[in-house]
Design a protein around this ligand. Sequence first.
Ligand code: BTN
Length: 280
Amino acid sequence: MANDRLHNVESMLNQVNITKLQKRMRTQFIGKTMFFSRKVSSTNDRAKQLAVQGVPAGTVVIAATQTHGRGRLDRKWISPVGGLWFSVILKPEGSVSKISHLTFVTSLAVAECLKDLYGLKVETKWPNDVLVKGRKICGILGETSSTEEKATFVILGVGVNVNFDTEKTFPEPIRLTTTSVEKELGHKVKLETLLKALLEKFERTLGLCLNQGFKSVLSEWKKYAFFLGNEVEVVDRISTISGTASDIAEDGALVLRSKDGSLRHIFAGDLFLRISENPR
Ligand code: BTN
């Protein structure tokens, strides 16, 4: 089984195949430069090092496994062989420079790819998760390195649970709140095909944001946001706020309606559906 997994990843994502993948990929700038490692601490950290060294915007850093994968709010991100762990380096300007906008662009691209390629019934969850049947299948970590007001570069780290069974691989409690492509489909898929589709879709969605504005991205994203209109709790390090998830504002904030009808804009935290047993 372990050998099988290793074989899959190595044969699909080795240096040679990355060259082939680049030839087949229909993108203008995303993935024109790619780095693949069998093992890194975190693709976001490796991408930051490379960005400082001056690699071009659109560079993609992929790893078969991460020893210190990171999630939002400094959480550990378990990254076994069989997942798709990668980071994209951007040097955004103007209207797409907001990191929150870019994370919405990314989660929309992931959601649409998983739906189009595998027919999965995907959901987007604020701030930037992708779920299937209420369980997390993908997380996105946007990080920026900035001088004063201006971001010099943005790293978008994407983790998709693909060719492993989350219930067998992850410890409790996260094995109960996560899923993977393999778990949903009952078989493994080609990581290379998913990566190609994701990067192409990402570039197109980025283009939509640039040409038609973040509003267009948000209105697509909201089509998958089934939590909207529901009673939710948003938990951050110091407090829990409840209300109805009424909208996503144009700056990416969650708009929460309290019982008295007042609206609050929430910028960070974890969202839980109040009626659900599972954290969403
Ligand atoms: C989250 O949901 O908390 C975000 C998870 C992001 C995980 C990805 S995997 C590739 C990249 N490298 C990291 O260390 N994290 C991101």
